[in-house]
Design a protein around this ligand. Structure first.
Ligand code: UDX
Length: 436
């Protein structure tokens, strides 16, 4: 099928490459010339595990191309997907829909033949109606349907998730649009569940899912705080809880709070929608407030640990909002470092992929290292902030030799507490207390 994707970010680009790999003819459009130039030179504009190989393969085959020219991209398309940003409004925290609406208005002029316009971006309930109205107003003779096609890709696993979705939700109000979507998603028929729903239900499913996952993380973090006080171990508790299939094992990892481009934005937008529709969303509101509070508390926990030697070097491991990505948007690691900066001017951070993005936020307020060893050299404390697998395998015996003091604050529970203890470290983690 002929597929046009508007927006080449963390959703649009992996989705475009994925559909090209499945045999579709894909065109990706973006407004940023530098991005399109780079992609046309065969270079990726973001890091995603497994994307590079598929990107090269499909560019070489000619099954995906990149352009600034909306007219050229939209004419003749069977499906046009909107995958532009919906960032939170700085004041109201509502999803800012200006990019969606501008794209809808622009694409409307070039629709020819029956086209399905699908919103992949996370958009508030009712946005599909608005997009439909904009297209109809701009091009009254256009033959089209607007469907909601929420994406559930996790950053860092976007390619894996694209090819192995738990479910494909299609929110369409017309039979014709449903059949086009079923054709596009035909390759997933055997391995995924399909759910056909009303457009407004589909828009709600995305927010309700992300808000639920954010609440699950908040819950396990709250239990972790309880365990620290009550002498229990959150890892054992989470394991026991997860064995109940009704609860499930996933998203029970305690940490410094959730972050990223989705959970903070989507929980806030959902809370705003609750207000708009007069529906009480107390659980979500509490989750948002407590998650913000938690990040500040975690920063203070680090400061507390170095209070006897405030000029001591702090080695920070991890700046991305989670492992496997270079993305620092709403990163708890970055927020915690910001809290630490208020009390220390001797912070050195290492992240396998996110240093460049972190520099855009933190600038030269901290130093940056090229390796775990460089960050930890002469440090008083090692602070683990992002769940990169590399950190799980740190050779603690060797690292101890180069550190100034043997102290670890592991806010992701990545390291082995026994190993830390055997090697003489004072070890603090989340949700359990260890004595040296
Ligand atoms: C999320 C959703 O998972 C995905 O379905 C949606 O499409 C986009 O939003 P993503 O933002 O990539 O994906 O990150 P995710 O892996 O869900 O993690 C979000 C945050 O929660 C990270 O900061 C992560 O470290 C944190 N987290 C996650 C925990 O603290 N504990 C957990 O158990 C899981």
């Amino acid at each position: 099928m002929k597929l046009t994707i508007i927006g080449t970010g963390y959703v649009g680009l992996p989705t475009g490459v994925g559909f090209a790999e499945l045999g579709n003819e894909v065109v990706c459009v973006d407004k940023i010339a530098a991005k399109i130039d780079k992609l046309n030179r065969g270079e990726l504009t973001l890091f995603e595990d497994g994307l590079d190989e598929l990107f090269r393969k499909n560019v070489e085959k000619g099954s995906i191309r990149f352009t600034l020219d909306m007219e050229n991209a939209v004419k003749g398309a069977d499906v046009v997907m909107l995958a532009v940003g919906t960032p939170p409004h700085p004041v109201t925290k509502e999803a800012d829909l200006q990019y969606i609406y501008a794209a809808a208005e622009e694409l409307a002029q070039y629709l020819d033949g029956y086209t399905v316009v699908a919103t992949k971006s996370t958009v508030p309930v009712g946005t599909g109606d608005e997009v439909e109205a904009i297209i109809r107003k701009t091009n009254p003779i256009a033959d089209f349907d607007v469907v909601s096609l929420p994406e559930f890709l996790r950053e860092g696993f976007a390619i894996h998730d694209f090819f192995n979705p738990d479910r494909i939700v299609i929110g369409a109000n017309s039979e014709k649009a449903r059949s086009v979507m079923l054709k596009l998603y035909e390759p997933f028929k055997e391995k995924s569940e399909f759910l056909m729903v009303k457009r407004r239900s589909s828009e709600t499913i995305k927010y309700a899912s992300n808000a639920f996952l954010a609440m699950k993380i908040h819950y396990i973090n709250e239990m972790a705080d309880f365990c620290e006080q009550a002498g229990a171990d959150i890892l054992e508790v989470a394991k026991g809880m997860g064995m109940d299939s009704r609860i499930g094992k996933k998203f029970l990892n305690p940490g410094p709070g959730y972050g990223g481009s989705c959970f903070p934005k989507d929980t806030n937008a959902m809370a705003q929608m609750g207000k708009k529709y007069g529906a009480n969303l107390n659980l979500i509101e509490t989750t948002i407030a407590k998650n913000d509070e938690r990040k500040a508390k975690m920063g203070q926990r680090v400061i507390e640990a170095i209070k006897n030697h405030p000029e001591g070097k702090i080695a920070v491991l991890g700046l991305a909002f989670k492992g496997g990505t270079d993305d620092c948007r709403e990163s708890p690691a970055v927020d915690i470092v910001k809290e630490m900066i208020k009390h220390s001017d001797n912070i050195c951070a290492y992240d396998p992929k996110a240093i460049e993005n972190a520099k855009l936020i933190l600038g030269d307020s901290i130093k940056y290292a090229n390796s775990i060893e460089e960050a930890c050299k002469d440090a008083d404390v090692m602070v683990v902030l992002t769940e990169w697998e590399d950190f799980r395998n740190i050779n603690l015996a060797e690292i101890k030799k180069i550190m100034s003091k043997a102290k670890i604050i592991d806010l992701r529970n990545m390291l082995n507490a026994e190993d830390a203890k055997v090697n003489g470290f004072e070890y603090q983690c989340i949700g359990a207390k260890y004595s040296a």
